[in-house]
Design a protein around this ligand. Structure first.
Ligand code: GDP
Length: 295
């Protein structure tokens, strides 16, 4: 529930304003509802689909009272999101988790949060500093490693990330690690290069440990709204993204992007970031999200 206040205001309060004082459900109401959904970053395609489902409900159930629209919308959103919460399987160790995403979205922070959570669960965690392009990124990961109390495999700035990947997997195997979390570079302005680098890293991981990476977690910043969807498409063309961590849901009115991800990307949201502190990472539970959205 925390963190969704602004999205709730942006979406649900507008829906309430839309239906109060109305006497009937007409096409104008549906159109305005679609606008509200789009303005809350639900995404045009998903907004259209949601409104279409509502139209059907209103028709088949012969609903005439506009006041019922809010409840119908909540139910349709819950239905659209489904009931399944998808986590990360850490039982087959070492599980290799490759974390990708554009700079600034919260990759390093999310890695730190995950490391803390899994360490607290009694797992042996190892980090790998795969963003060798930026010395600051390597240092930042090292700081998280120290804070959480887990080792970090690092090479010099400018070295080949695939070499880091290879060493990290070797270390993970020999040290009996449960989960290896590898950071990667996120310079999207040099797209071709970045994508080749990511491809090479995944190839090397698989060579070092067949089946790795077991998870490719794409970190997206909720405050960027529909831009996040574009980023997901770009990364999806290169690496098989298996899950999304959606950060900065706190303080953004664009939480509707969760619906857009669900409706348009076909990749599950696995984690949500609701603040900067190490404990501010949650498993994404779709039903809880739908309930929280409607307060
Ligand atoms: P990276 O460049 O992708 O590794 O991004 P960082 O992990 O360095 O994060 C960039 C900024 O976003 C930092 O100031 C983080 O504290 C902040 N941040 C990360 N996740 C969240 C979140 O869930 N909520 C908020 N409010 N800030 C976050």
């Amino acid at each position: 529930k925390e963190g969704l206040t602004r999205t709730r205001q942006n979406l649900v309060q507008k829906v309430e304003e839309l239906i109060t004082g109305r006497t009937r459900i007409d096409e104008e109401l549906f159109e305005e509802l679609e606008e509200i959904l789009i303005s809350a970053d639900v995404g045009a395609e998903t907004a259209l689909e949601l409104v279409e489902r509502l139209r059907q409900q209103v028709k088949t159930q012969k609903i005439a009272d506009p006041a019922l629209v809010k409840g119908l919308l909540e139910a349709e959103i819950a239905r659209m999101l489904g009931t399944e919460a998808v986590g990360v399987d850490l039982t087959k160790g070492p599980t290799v988790l490759l974390v990708v995403g554009v700079n600034g979205v919260g990759k390093t922070t999310t890695i730190g949060k995950l490391a803390q959570r899994w360490k607290d669960e009694g797992k042996k965690v190892l980090l790998a500093a795969g963003d060798t392009f930026r010395a600051a990124a390597i240092d930042q990961l090292e700081i998280w490693g120290q804070r959480v109390g887990v080792d970090v495999i690092r090479h010099q700035e400018g070295s080949d990330p695939s070499a880091v990947a290879f060493d990290a997997v070797q270390a993970a195997i020999s040290r009996g690690v449960d989960v290896l979390i590898m950071d990667t570079a996120g310079r999207l302005h040099n797209k071709g290069h970045l994508m080749n680098e990511l491809k090479k890293v995944t190839r090397v991981l698989d060579r070092a440990l067949p089946g790795a990476p077991h998870e490719v977690l794409l970190v997206l910043d909720a405050t960027t709204g529909q831009n996040a969807i574009n980023q997901a498409r770009i990364f999806g063309e290169v690496v098989g993204v298996t899950g999304i961590a959606l950060t900065k849901l706190d303080g953004t009115a664009k939480g509707g992007v969760v619906l857009s991800i669900h409706g348009e990307l076909n990749v599950p949201v696995k984690f949500i970031g609701v603040g900067e502190r190490v404990e501010d990472l949650r498993d994404f539970d779709p039903q809880e999200f739908a309930r929280a959205l409607f307060g």
